[in-house]
Design a binder for this molecule. Structure first.
Ligand code: DAH
Length: 363
C-alpha cells in the first residue's frame, strides 16, 4: 500500500472514532491520540523533516490535509455534543410555572417576642451609651447571693426559690442564677471605670403560673462612677420607658422598697390604662410595677473591688418577659415557651424588621 493510501485509511479511522465519541471526555481522548504531542498525526508531521524534497512535495499536502480534516471533525463533533447536552438539560430542567411559590425562611420564620424585646432594649440602651455585659447561667452562691449583700441565712435568700445543684465534696452548691444581678459583681471585678452596662439574660426560679415560668428573662442595668446619682437613674429609666413603650410621656412612681444590694431601694410603677389585654401607657389611672432599682449598696461596691467613699452607682433589674407581655398584649407567660408555631406566627416578628431608634422599634 502506498503511503498516500495509508494516510487515507488513517483519516477514515480517526474520523470514525471522532464521530463515535459519546461525550466530551471520549472526544478529548480521540483528539490527544491524533493531534496531541505524541499523536499519530503529529508524528507524521514531524516525519516531514526527514523526507526528500520529492517525498515532501506529495506527502506534505496530504499530511497537512489530514491534520485539517481531523481538526474540523473534532470541532464539528464538539458542536454536536454541546447542542445535545443543551437539549437534554432543557428537557430535564423544565419548570412548572403554574406551581404555587413556596415561601422561604425569610417570609415564614419569626423572631420570638423575647428576642425582639432584647433587641429593642439593646438599641435603646446602646443609644444612651450602655454596653452589654454577660455572665453564666450556672452561678456560685457567692455571686448570686453573698457578694450581693445577702447575709448567709438571710430570709431574702429563701424568697428566690432557687434551683440548687447537688452539693460538692466541700459542701458548696452551684445554682441556676435567680436574677441577673450577679453580672453586676462580675462586671465590677474587671475594675474598669466608668461602668455603664446592661445585662440581659436567662434567670431561673422554681415557680410556675400564668405570670411565672421556671426559666424567665431579666435585664440588669448598672452604672458605677464618681458622679452616679439617683436623679440620673430616674432620668435613664424615664428615657427608657418612653422609647420602649413608644410614647411621648410616661408617669412613673418610685416606691420605697427593699433589696439587699441597693440602698435606698425602690420599685417603679408606670401609669397606664388597661383595656382588656391591651395596656396604654402615659394615660389612665392604673399603675403597673415594672422594675426594681436603687443606689448600689456600699458592701456591694466593696465586694466588686471599689471604695464606696470614692465611687457610687445605681442599678436596676427588670423582667423582660413581663415588659414584652405588657407591650405586646400577651396574657399567659407560659405560651412564650410552648414553641407553638401558631402562637409564634401571631406574636412573632419578621426577621428583617430589626429594631432601631431611627427606623422604629416595633414598626
Ligand atoms: N435582682 C432583683 C430581682 O430579681 C431585681 C433588682 C432590683 C435588680 C433592684 C437590681 C436592683 O439591680 O437595683 O428581684
Amino acid at each position: 500500500m502506498t503511503e498516500l493510501a495509508t494516510l487515507a485509511d488513517l483519516e477514515r479511522d480517526l474520523i470514525a472514532r471522532i464521530e463515535a465519541a459519546a461525550d466530551e471526555a471520549a472526544l478529548e481522548d480521540a483528539r490527544v491520540s491524533a493531534l496531541g504531542k505524541k499523536g499519530v498525526v503529529t508524528e507524521r508531521l514531524k516525519s516531514l523533516g526527514g523526507m526528500s524534497d520529492a517525498e515532501r512535495r506529495t506527502l506534505g499536502p496530504a499530511i497537512n490535509g489530514l491534520k485539517q480534516a481531523v481538526g474540523e471533525a473534532i470541532e464539528a463533533r464538539k458542536a454536536t455534543l454541546k447542542a445535545a447536552a443543551l437539549t437534554e438539560r432543557l428537557a430535564r430542567e423544565t419548570v412548572d410555572v403554574t406551581l404555587p411559590v413556596r415561601p422561604g425562611p425569610l417570609a415564614e420564620g419569626r423572631i420570638h417576642p423575647v428576642s425582639q424585646v432584647m433587641d429593642e432594649l439593646t438599641a435603646i440602651f446602646a443609644d444612651l451609651g450602655f454596653a452589654i455585659a454577660e455572665g453564666p447561667d450556672i452561678e456560685t452562691d457567692y455571686y448570686n447571693f453573698t457578694a450581693l449583700n445577702f447575709p448567709v441565712g438571710h430570709p431574702a435568700r429563701e424568697m428566690h426559690d432557687t434551683f440548687f445543684f447537688e452539693p460538692k465534696a466541700d459542701g458548696s452548691r452551684l445554682l441556676l442564677r435567680t436574677h441577673t444581678s450577679p453580672v453586676q459583681i462580675r462586671t465590677m471585678e474587671k475594675g474598669e471605670l466608668p461602668i455603664r452596662v446592661i445585662c440581659p439574660g436567662r434567670t431561673y426560679r422554681c415557680d410556675s403560673d400564668q405570670t411565672h415560668t421556671p426559666m424567665f428573662h431579666q435585664v440588669e442595668g448598672l452604672v458605677v462612677d464618681e458622679s452616679a446619682t439617683l436623679g440620673e437613674l430616674k432620668w435613664v429609666l424615664e428615657e427608657f420607658c418612653k422609647a420602649f413603650f413608644e410614647v411621648k410621656r410616661v408617669d412613673m412612681r418610685f416606691r420605697p422598697s427593699f433589696f439587699p444590694f441597693t440602698e435606698p431601694s425602690m420599685e417603679v410603677d408606670i401609669r397606664c390604662r388597661r383595656m382588656g389585654n391591651e395596656v396604654r401607657f402615659g394615660e389612665g389611672d392604673d399603675w403597673l410595677e415594672i422594675l426594681g432599682c436603687g443606689m448600689v449598696h456600699p458592701n456591694v461596691l466593696r465586694n466588686g473591688g471599689f471604695d464606696p467613699d470614692k465611687v457610687q452607682g445605681y442599678a436596676w433589674g427588670m423582667g423582660i418577659d413581663r415588659i414584652a407581655m405588657l407591650k405586646y398584649g400577651m396574657s399567659d407567660l407560659r405560651a412564650f415557651f410552648d414553641a407553638d408555631v401558631r402562637w409564634l406566627n401571631h406574636y412573632g416578628f419578621r426577621p428583617l424588621d430589626i429594631p432601631t431608634l431611627f427606623g422604629g422599634l416595633s414598626a
